[in-house]
Design a binder for this molecule. Structure first.
Ligand SMILES: Cc1cc2nc3c(=O)[nH]c(=O)nc-3n(C[C@H](O)[C@H](O)[C@H](O)COP(=O)(O)OP(=O)(O)OC[C@H]3O[C@@H](n4cnc5c(N)ncnc54)[C@H](O)[C@@H]3O)c2cc1C
Length: 590
């Protein structure tokens, strides 16, 4: 990697990982038997530890990246050259990744916030329903090959997803099926014994959709983790739901193809979870959300029937559109056991721009300006000052810590068109008042910057007890949303780190509370700030959730956003497809 920017006018970012440091592989497919979230992050622990040992440059307590100290903006060209001589960007990036895997879980290991006081808190802790012991005996008799976790410690590790603040229940047991017929039989048995089911992928969800329900059977799809077919001729892939998003991307990339949906958690989360939440990510602004990539689904319905929807046709309008209904239903309408997903030819390497702004407002105006100009970048991401500093504290990327906000803009157009597109975006940033504007010199450096953005939430978690929100507004109203967030932070004297998919109008204001703040006051302050945030988003014609879902976290806001007639229609659909209320009860709908 060379310089990120002109040394005369602005800072320089240079990777400084030790030579010969081992490359930690991208998180592999999980072992289904452990706590899914933790496993995925710890998967490379040994390599990471070895690497850290080899490269530790005296990281501080604040979490400087072992072996990946980066020459900060403003260093001299000579200093940069010295660093370049000893380390490479790739090594630094891998060090960042392995550091994140090793450290992020402990950063997140904060005491859970006081339980959500919302009246619509989930039914997760309601009295156990149905005949659990009878179900377990029947599963053992009818599905002797099935992996079933009954040990309390194992079950405990499936209690939560990434929403530590919500009330949860202890699953009756955790089933780890490997085939559709096992899933169908499980569902039939649950119906027979009236035991609810919680479908689960990697448990990285941010709305409580996969958290345990007391006495329910959690069906974790992590062992259904095979990519079944890559159909190059039809540009599609057929996959099981437990495949990790990054592994699917890797498998199709090996054939020169590209699977677009890329939630920031892509190295951990599963395709089934992505389908459950209709996950978004960093390149939705150009390629759309998960739903836009789905051609076909195999779904086990609440009665245990296996339903196949869609297939390999690009166009197919026979009957009602059940795929869009199922995708994003958070496991409340059916269990996805196979998906046929749209692929594209692998795009060329991206041109990448970072623009720093003196005010949050200016960054918001730049977002609106880029969209207004008809520019369709592949990535248009925002981080505010709190987030920039948090990321830089942990990962030492050498970001401009004095900037009020930063935009990451990328183009993946072919040839010189990419540079032209980024030039146009830069012009829009300049009109909005951007200060520093820097460009990545190569694909590695670009990926490395993207990784900094992806780790934003983990970095904010290092600052205190963090709670990520997920509001969205029409893109022209991003500046107003950013102003509203600043006002809410001031009114409630609460720290907010805002980042997210600004190009989609989807932001993640993350409230950060002190670890020593008494639970009751923290919960009350948070509740009030959250009410104001959702009110502001709706007043701007927006949504209380852009990509994380209603789940158990936002049920009381569903009617306020959609209105009673729409929610009643949703209830009618739920009653029709799941009359017994077996599938993830209490999620999405009260
Ligand atoms: C650091 C971090 C960054 C994130 N970034 C993003 C982002 O950029 N964009 C984004 O959209 N989300 C993001 N998320 C949220 C989360 O990763 C996504 O919602 C993801 O899609 C969840 O996948 P999972 O495998 O962990 O699913 P889980 O959390 O296990 O489940 C999610 C939902 O899907 C349902 N489900 C799971 N499997 C199935 C199945 N086979 N059939 C039916 N229903 C099923 C579950 O019941 C649950 O309701 C992020 C989370 C973290 C922690």
């Amino acid at each position: 990697m060379e310089r990120l920017t002109d040394p005369e006018t602005m800072a320089v970012v240079v990777a400084t990982a030790e030579p010969g440091s081992g490359e930690a592989g991208a998180g592999g497919v999980e072992d289904a038997e452990g706590p899914p979230g933790a496993e995925a992050f710890d998967g490379d622990a040994e390599a990471a530890d070895a690497e850290a040992g080899a490269t530790d440059t005296g990281a501080t307590d604040t979490g400087a990246v072992a072996g990946a100290a980066l020459v900060p903006f403003g260093c001299t060209g000579e200093q940069a050259a010295t660093s370049r001589a000893t380390r490479t960007a790739q090594q630094a990036r891998m060090a960042i990744r392995s550091y994140a895997r090793r450290v992020a879980p402990s950063l997140c290991d904060t005491p859970p916030m006081a339980p959500d006081s919302s009246p619509a808190s989930p039914s997760a802790t309601d009295p156990v329903r149905g005949d659990g012991p009878g179900l377990l005996r029947a599963i053992e008799a009818r599905l002797p090959e099935l992996k079933l976790l009954e040990d309390p410690l194992d079950r405990e590790s499936y209690r939560r997803d990434e929403t530590a603040y919500l009330p949860t229940g202890l699953p009756l047991a955790v089933a780890l099926p490997v085939a559709t017929d096992q899933v169908a039989e499980l569902v039939r048995l649950c119906g027979e014994f009236d035991v609810p089911i919680v479908p689960r992928g990697a448990g990285t969800g941010l709305s409580g959709g996969a958290a345990g329900i007391e006495g329910a059977l959690t069906v974790a799809f992590t062992r259904m983790n095979r990519v079944l077919e890559i159909d190059h001729e039809n540009l599609l892939v057929v996959t099981q739901p437990g495949v990790v998003n990054a592994d699917l991307k890797k498998a199709v990339a090996a054939e020169g193809l590209f699977y677009a949906p890329d939630p920031a958690s892509y190295e951990t989360c599963t395709i089934g979870g992505n389908l459950g939440t209709n996950a978004g990510g960093l390149c939705c602004v150009k390629y759309g959300v998960t739903r836009d990539a789905v051609l076909g689904l195999e779904v086990v319905m609440a009665g245990g029937q296996v339903m196949r929807l869609g297939g390999r046709n690009v166009k197919d309008v026979a009957g009602y559109g059940l795929i869009p209904l199922l995708v994003g239903s958070q496991g409340t309408l059916g269990l996805v056991t196979e998906a046929t997903l749209r692929l594209r030819a692998a795009p060329p390497p991206r041109a990448t721009l970072l623009a720093f702004f003196p005010s949050l407002d200016a960054a918001g105006e730049a977002v609106a300006g880029i969209i207004r100009a008809g520019i369709v970048p592949v990535t248009l991401e925002l981080m505010d000052r709190t987030t920039i500093r948090a990321v830089d504290d942990v990962h030492r990327l050498g970001l401009d810590r004095d900037a009020a906000a930063m935009l990451l803009v990328e183009s993946d157009l072919p040839g010189t068109a990419a540079v032209a597109e980024v030039d146009a975006a830069e012009a829009a940033c300049a009109v909005a008042g951007a200060g520093l504007v820097v460009r990545a010199q190569d694909a590695t450096e670009a990926e490395w910057l993207r990784e900094g953005r992806r780790l934003a939430y983990r970095a904010l978690e290092a600052q205190g007890v963090a709670r990520m929100e997920d509001v969205g507004v029409p893109r022209s109203r991003v500046p107003e949303l950013l102003r509203a967030i600043e006002a809410i932070a001031a009114t409630h004297a609460i720290t907010v780190g805002t980042f997210g998919h600004a190009g989609d109008g989807n932001l993640h204001p993350t409230f950060i509370l002190g670890r020593d703040e008494p639970e009751a006051t923290a919960a009350a302050r948070l509740h009030a700030a959250r009410e104001d945030l959702y009110t502001a988003a709706l007043a701007l014609g927006g949504t209380v959730t852009g990509e994380h879902g209603i789940g158990a976290a936002r049920r009381d806001w569903l009617v306020r956003q959609r209105g009673e007639p729409a929610v009643e229609a949703m209830r009618a659909i739920k009653r029709a497809l799941d009359p017994q209320g077996l599938l993830n009860p209490g999620r999405v709908l009260a």
